[in-house]
Design a protein around this ligand. Structure first.
Ligand SMILES: [Fe+2]
Length: 431
């Protein structure tokens, strides 16, 4: 932004690199500090927020227009085009704009179905359902006696997919949308090395009734406003030059701490993702996103407007997901879009800041099975967490970001160290 007559030196922000003891007091301290810093730019908070709202509204209007024309809102690419480097500039532009992607045929359908059967064999052989003692956290509720989310991390299927060349190819492609190296040469992350972030499996059977998951975003909670690293990452939003904010800039995102909590993710993920292990139709309780990566600007500035109580950040608290609601964020809701129908072997990806949720379903048709595998490129934050992952892998334990359930410690058929290929060893920091 160009200098304006009212510009003043921007005052520094208070910061809390650990969860503040008195959250309400910290909120009451950070809000006026953020406003003062923004207003030193010469514009009011309302003017700056209006600029962000116009930018987001323009994206939302494009999405509505696409929908009306019957065009697919979600970008869809064939794996073969990604692998061959034949993705067109128009497809690249759409991915950058929407921040999400379905990869068709990421894995052959037979491979994905075989992996699904393998997982069933693995959990049944090890009497998982007989020993399952209920959800280890309150984030994903279980619907019946059998869990929907399996707290399983080290099956052959998961590790084969995580260390596969096809996975590495798509992760590198997606990472390349980020600015991973600064103009001064600082490399924030290595786009061609993934840290194999271990996550769980979902297997949702036919006939399921599910309440879904409310819309939210995952990169943090109050830490997004309060830690020094996040304040640097969102520096353009917090100093009023919002026109320079780039949701694809990794600067200061790959080292900082996150406030602990049951929903935290220690890793930096460029994209969240999962690989489908069954066919799923778009009306069967699937993932929805608000396919607007810069919506984070709206979410972070919205609590500074005068209609929000002074001790509230629009409902954001520590130790719970960041809620996105019609009350505070109505414009975003207009863009909420389900994934297209997917088939086993397709994969689904969304920018780590993006608003998402899972639709409710009654009497689900067909299975809804996925392996959660994100893109978590090698960086200081992921290298640090990799030590925990190596230990969990060696002992069959639940990784540090997840409840301490450790079902697989005594299981047979776990993926073992001698089965790692070079990608797997690099991802775990073993070579
Ligand atoms: Fe989420």
């Amino acid at each position: 932004m160009t200098a304006t007559a009212g510009q003043r030196p921007a005052p520094a922000l208070p910061h809390w690199d650990r969860t503040p003891e008195d959250l309400a007091a910290a909120v009451r301290e950070i809000k006026p500090a953020l406003r003062a810093r923004i207003e030193a730019s010469g514009r009011t908070v309302e003017e700056v927020f209006a600029a962000v709202e116009r930018r987001v509204e323009a994206r939302v209007a494009e999405i509505e227009a696409d929908r009306e024309r019957g065009e697919e809102v979600w970008p869809v690419l064939d794996y073969d085009a990604i692998a061959a480097g034949t993705v067109t500039p128009a497809q690249t532009a759409k991915l950058r704009k929407r921040g999400c992607l379905v990869v068709r045929g990421h894995f052959p359908r037979e491979q994905a179905l075989a992996w699904d059967a393998d997982i069933v064999d693995y959990v049944e052989r090890n009497e998982f359902f007989e020993t399952y003692s209920g959800p280890g956290d309150d984030f994903f509720g279980s619907v019946g006696s059998k869990p929907e989310i399996y707290p399983i991390y080290w099956s052959q299927a998961q590790m084969q997919a995580r260390q596969s060349e096809r996975m590495a190819t798509v992760q590198s492609f997606l990472n390349s949308f980020w600015k991973h190296t600064d103009d001064d040469g600082t490399q924030w992350f290595d786009p061609d090395r993934d840290a194999l972030y271990p996550d769980r499996i979902r297997r949702r059977p036919p006939g399921t009734d599910s309440a879904g998951l409310g819309t939210h975003c995952d990169p943090g909670t109050l830490d997004l406003w309060m830690t020094r690293e996040y304040q640097k990452a969102f520096r353009h939003l917090f100093s009023g030059d919002v026109e320079r904010y780039d949701p694809w800039d990794a600067a200061h995102r790959t080292a900082g701490p996150q406030y602990p909590g049951s929903t935290m993710c220690s890793a930096f993920r460029t994209f969240q993702g999962w690989t489908a292990l069954s066919d799923m139709d778009a009306d069967q309780g699937v993932l929805h996103t608000v396919p607007v990566p810069e919506a984070m600007a709206y979410l972070l500035l919205r609590p500074l407007l005068p209609d929000v109580p002074e001790d509230s950040m629009c409902g954001v608290r520590t130790n719970q997901v960041f809620p996105v609601t019609e009350r505070w964020h109505p414009v975003l809701y207009r863009a909420l879009t389900p994934i297209p129908d997917v088939r086993a072997g397709d994969s689904v990806w969304w920018h780590c800041d993006m608003v998402h949720g899972v639709a409710p379903v009654r009497d689900q048709k067909g299975w809804g099975n996925v392996m959660y595998i994100p893109a978590a490129p090698w960086c200081p934050r992921n290298e640090e967490y990799a030590a925990n992952v190596r230990e969990a892998f060696a002992t069959g334990s639940s990784p540090g970001d997840f409840p301490e359930e450790h079902y697989e410690r005594s299981w047979t058929g776990r993926f073992t160290a001698d089965q790692l290929n070079e990608t797997g060893r690099r991802g775990l920091g073993l070579s």
